[in-house]
Design a protein around this ligand. Structure first.
Ligand SMILES: [Zn+2]
Length: 238
């Protein structure tokens, strides 16, 4: 039996791309769009098969990557860092000076970020992940309650140029680089992903959920974009 798009659940995965699919009987051809927040949507006529749609997304991959690169709001103008005493690293919106120490592991102590000699991006990214997970696990609780969702887990990890993602099983992933943001903007990233647990696409219904949970979110989107542009995002952590 031919599988048509009406059998595709809201989100279609093609490699590392996620496409939110909606069906419109008025459309004669597929319309693929990269939205402002870097999500990809496809509006398709009802008779398109899933295989056809996958093939089309694959063919458009270079174009999609180009668009995503243009819209990405994370690490675009990120300055390179040196792993020497005095270099600044942000955590929860504050800048901390690096201090190279002889031994131990990366830690934030008395406002200084200690890095064992010889360490670099890999060790620092590992630290952001290590401290980020328990911090977010606590932070997510009141928001999850407010939104009436129960995430099945929360992971802090590299996510390319995306702030966050969530799986259909209810797992929320947050980019480790987001730990550089001030808490209010991290909340905005969290709320966005939690809202997806109720509404997978970026429809009006989705933004209504965000709005209700976070009525003052309006300026956050732009702030996130501006701040995100110059967050540190080394290759080792993408
Ligand atoms: Zn989203």
């Amino acid at each position: 039996m031919l599988m048509t798009v009406s059998d595709i659940p809201g989100v279609l995965r093609v490699g590392d791309l996620e496409v939110a699919v909606s069906v419109s009987d008025r459309r004669k051809s597929v319309r693929l769009t990269v939205e402002r927040d870097s999500s990809i949507t496809a509006v398709v006529p009802s008779q398109v098969s899933k295989a056809e749609l996958v093939k089309m997304v694959e063919a458009k991959r270079p174009w999609l990557y180009g668009k995503l690169a243009e819209k990405r709001d994370l690490g675009r103008a990120a300055p390179a860092k040196e792993y020497v005493t005095g270099e600044g690293f942000r955590y929860l919106g504050r800048s901390h000076r690096l201090r190279v120490v002889d031994e131990g592991e990366v830690r934030l102590i008395r406002g200084r970020l200690e890095l064992p000699r010889g360490g670099g991006a890999r060790e620092l990214v590992g630290w952001y992940r290590r401290v980020g997970e328990p911090w977010l696990a606590k932070r997510v609780r009141p928001w999850a309650d407010r939104l009436g969702v129960e995430p099945s887990g929360l992971t802090v990890r590299p996510l390319g140029y995306r702030w966050g993602s969530c799986s259909r099983g209810g797992r929320v992933n947050i980019h480790w680089a987001a730990m550089q943001l001030p808490p209010s903007l991290i909340d905005y990233v969290l709320v966005h992903e939690l809202a997806h647990l109720r509404q997978p696409d970026h429809s009006a219904a989705f933004w209504e959920i965000v709005e209700r949970a976070m009525p003052l979110h309006d300026g956050y989107r732009d702030r996130l974009r501006r701040t995100g542009n110059d967050l540190w995002l080394p290759e080792e952590g993408r």
